[in-house]
Design a protein around this ligand. Sequence first.
Ligand code: GLU
Length: 561
Amino acid sequence: MDYNRLAELLFPNITELPEDIEAKYPPRQLPEGAKVTRFAPSPTGFVHFGGLFPSTVGERLAHQSGGVFYLRIEDTDAKREVEGAAEGLIKTLAKYGINFDEGAILDENGNICDQGAYGPYKQSLRGHIYQVYAKQLVREGKAYPCFTTEEELDELQAINKKEEIKNTDWLAQAEAKRAEMLARRNFTIEEVEEHLASGHPFVLRIFANGDPERKLKFTDLVKGTLEIPENDEDFVLLKSDGIPTYHFAHAIDDHLMGTTHVIRGEEWLPSLAKHIQLFSYLGFRLPKYMHIAQIMRIDENGNKKKLSKRDMGANMDDYTSMGYCPEAVCEYVMTLLNSNYEEWHMKNSDKPYTEFPFNIKKMSISGCLFDFAKLNDVSKNVISRMSADKVYDLSSEWAREFDQELYEQMSANPDYTKAIFAIGRGGKKPRKDLAVWTDVRPYMDFFYDNLFKIKDQYPERFDKKDIKTTLCEFVKTFDISDDTNTWFEKIKDIADMLGFASDMRAYRENPEAYRGNVSDISMFIRIAITGKENSPDMYSVMQIMGYDRVVSRINNMINLL
Ligand code: GLU
């Protein structure tokens, strides 16, 4: 076969050679050990929580090593393309600390543009480049055309699928497939000419020389050493519209763009033999690979399942409406990604996660478990360490979009709201009431007269008369300028007066001797003021609410009783 002639027939308009392209993509000048990583999504208008994993790892490894992290838009599947999806994706990722040095970025008008010398970074704009390498592979007898239309292929696949279900004789099936492939390889230049003259489209296939009986030894930086069978499948490099498949684009783009570490989901692991073969055919140096385990969840029956698109927590846009702050989500992702993150964090709680020395060796091989309870735990810690001002800023920004009524109350008097957020904040053991901004309303709505409701009733076991007396006595002596001790002494006095123990130790030793204790008395006051049995420290609450509001709440309750 005259492969040069074949190449000319298939790609008459391609005049450049791979070396011409290579000259435009010189090796990057980076310090020793600097990693070049990329995130290479196919934007569908949906950023999956799982996407935060390879992108966070890529971002950390590049930026930790003085390297480059870039974004490549893999939009070769026109059927899946969604208008504006790439723009949305960039914005969403930026929220979670995934910022790119290079690649597809947003300009000041919010439109996608290229930044960097290794573009274009959108695969749909790289058609010519793929063709140059495709032509070279044909010249070298490593790829060949296959004049089967896409419809025919679909049909064939459908038949094969049906056959597969019926046919349990796998050996016969494999043989049939092999025969089909060999028949495809068997063509003459004249046949190709005829097809082209009749305008038939073709796909370009690799001439696979692998023997699956032979195993490749391969080290994945996450999965460890693997043995994978060589590839013997003539997989498609260019589809009939000239657009590359993922495999072909991956090899060419990651080579030209100088990627040192390919970080991607483990669903690509079965294709690895194809990629190794392709890199070798093209004469490219193989990058390092890191295949990241999928995110799992526990379903209703206690079984591990993949976190799929429809599951709660899968769509990154939901995190905003659920009221998670990105900082917390990032930290949670770190706890899932690196098994020693939490230990480091305990010792360095004042440092941002970006200072954590991310370690590939501490990554989970088998899959991380997504768990809202754990995320909430992490989030409570993150928010508890924020200043009251910051909590105010973030939560009111959220409320402005998602809880207008709360926003109006919060922002009507920012100092008042900030004082509420300051309760129990700043010390060694800060309060951990808030995991998500949706927690703000139930936690502190009672501070605002317009939102205040009595949520808890007085427990039946108490005599209404005692409650009423407590409230009346409290109002009588209440002085907003009392310090916390004086204030509490007054509450104890009421306890003594009503035969409730003011000394908790005495009460515990002999509960029968009392009608209750001082914490019950506090609760009588607490429900009147906050409407709830549980609330932050009552002294602080009253100090913030001020004299008038406290007294009016108590009086209202007295009238209700
Ligand atoms: N476009 C591929 C995907 O979204 C990228 C995989 C890779 O990172 O190479 O799965």
